[in-house]
Design a protein around this ligand. Structure first.
Ligand code: SAM
Ligand code: SF4
Ligand code: SF4
Length: 335
């Protein structure tokens, strides 16, 4: 029997955040003023082991999850991540295993990740202009390092590769056409993300959001675009293809065109809390069950009970008041 929430949405995707730590301090995600030397990250005993994550993932797959995405924080800062991927790869019924990374450590790990069974990868890169990129990541990592990580992913055969760029008004919106030109015709799918009011520390304002419409218009003026059909129901990114056949881009318009109606995603935090929406302020504690001796059946029953009462549709109901409410940080549960 298919597990449905109160809005008839099945549970299909599980995003697994393996760490709340990151070697970047992107201003829209982990601003240095908040995530500075005094910030208390989770300690080793608090975060789930790879065995615990794999057990939960297996249970979620038995409930209908088909796709697993590893995220963070920065997933590649967690030791021996490839070992987790190998364990997840072996889960029967799991169809798609992918990972989102800032790309800075990818050159060193790409081959191991591929060998462990990773199929494809998403790399975040907000601008090709070094000054702009470094002002956003606030950690001194240059564009060239990330581009080299993407190259490494190509070399080992991770495909398709997607590149995510968050667009913030007055910060990197003047560099979107450069990004489009760079990745056009390479087979790498570039996706622009509207700046979101995730967490409570990134100083989000509606004025800083460059909408999907604006992004498409800006690119189209230089390289004409036309809308393309979605690949499947519930695809988060709206597809646009270049009219000259040189490829496509995607736009994730969580602010201007919310897609809650098709949201089939649950998110697992590093310490084993399950969030049914990116904008929740509270998770459901699975670590207590895992470490308290619960059986697989008991854990599955808890997961089903959480999903069946789910009514989240935050982006469809967003107002300036809800944007200011406390929410879990993006760096904690991943994108
Ligand atoms: N560290 C990895 C990375 O940056 O790819 C994985 C985790 S990161 C939280 C996942 C994605 O969320 C990234 O593509 C990032 O750009 C995006 N993101 C973070 N904060 C965001 C915000 N406020 N609005 C939109 N996207 C955001
Ligand atoms: Fe780190 Fe990714 Fe957040 Fe940037 S977006 S601070 S790379 S977790
Ligand atoms: Fe899904 Fe929540 Fe985002 Fe809506 S706001 S698409 S329910 S994560």
């Amino acid at each position: 029997m298919e597990l449905l929430d109160t809005l008839q949405r099945p549970l299909r995707d599980l995003r697994i955040s393996v760490t709340d730590r990151c070697n970047f301090r992107c201003t829209y995600c982990m601003p240095r003023e908040v995530f500075g030397p005094g910030y208390q990250f989770l300690n080793r005993t608090e975060i789930l082991s790879y065995e615990e994550i794999t057990r939960l993932a297996r249970i979620f797959v038995s409930l209908g999850v088909e796709k697993l995405r590893i995220t963070g924080g920065e997933p590649l800062v967690r030791k021996d991540l490839h070992q987790l991927l190998a364990q997840l790869r072996a889960i029967p019924g799991m169809r798609d295993l992918t990972l989102t990374t800032n790309g800075s450590l990818l050159r060193a790990q790409a081959q191991k990740l591929k060998d462990a069974g990773l199929q494809r990868i998403t790399v975040s890169l907000d601008s090709l202009d070094d000054a702009v990129f470094q002002s956003l990541n606030d950690s001194g990592v240059p564009v060239a390092t990330v581009l080299d990580g993407i190259k490494a992913a190509q070399e080992v055969g991770l495909a398709p590769i997607k590149v995510n760029a968050v667009v913030k008004r007055g910060v990197n919106d003047h560099t979107v056409v450069d990004l489009a030109r760079h990745f056009r015709g390479t087979g790498i799918i570039l996706r622009f993300i509207e700046f979101m009011d995730v967490g409570a520390t990134n100083g989000w304002k509606l004025d800083s959001v460059v909408t999907a419409k604006e992004i498409v218009e800006t690119i189209s003026r230089e390289i004409p675009l036309e809308p393309a059909e979605a690949n499947y129901r519930g695809e988060v990114a709206k597809r646009w293809r270049y009219t000259d056949g040189s490829g496509e881009i995607g736009i994730i318009a969580s602010i201007s065109q919310p897609f809650c109606g098709d949201c089939t995603r649950a998110r697992l935090s590093p310490e084993g809390e399950l969030y049914t929406c990116l904008f929740s302020n509270r998770g459901h504690d699975f670590r207590a069950l895992l470490r308290g001796g619960a059986s697989d059946e008991e854990i599955a029953a808890f997961a089903a009970s959480v999903w069946q009462v789910r009514a989240d549709r935050y982006s469809e109901l967003r107002t300036s008041e809800t944007a200011a409410l406390p929410k879990v940080e993006m760096s904690h549960i991943g994108g």
